[in-house]
Design a protein around this ligand. Structure first.
Ligand code: F3S
Ligand code: F3S
Length: 115
């Protein structure tokens, strides 16, 4: 099981969640952050600090956000645009740094930070 970052993070990227994660499993993409489903230890520390309530335990995802469960995983296990291989399990977001790409569902979303 894992926590999942959903649509409210897209184009917001507050990053308060990153500071709370004890295992550094919240990774930065181009338009959103993504929780690594295998590295997350389900501690729940990230969920209450997000100012836009973007984070859910996977069983609690609203129906219209179920796609983000697979999309968070796709960020790590699909080959993202502009990269030659999947990220896999980097074992820590800080050492990897921001990735200038997004998983398919987020990449297809209409920008929320422009009029
Ligand atoms: Fe995004 Fe909320 Fe974290 S906006 S970066 S999920 S604190
Ligand atoms: Fe997972 Fe969030 Fe904790 S990503 S490890 S539940 S801080």
């Amino acid at each position: 099981m894992t926590y999942v970052i959903g649509k409210n993070c897209v184009d917001v990227m507050d990053r308060a969640c990153v500071e709370e994660c004890p295992v550094d499993c919240i990774y930065e993409g181009g338009r959103a952050l993504y929780i690594h489903p295998d590295e997350c230890v389900d501690c729940g520390a990230c969920e209450p600090v997000c100012p836009v309530e973007a984070i859910y335990y996977e069983d609690d995802l609203p129906a219209d956000e179920h796609g983000h469960l697979a999309d968070n995983a796709a960020f790590f296990f699909d080959t993202l645009p502009g990269r030659e291989a999947p990220l896999g399990s980097p074992g820590g977001a800080a050492k990897l740094g921001p990735v200038a790409a997004d998983a398919p569902l987020v990449a297809a979303m209409v920008r929320q930070d422009q009029p």
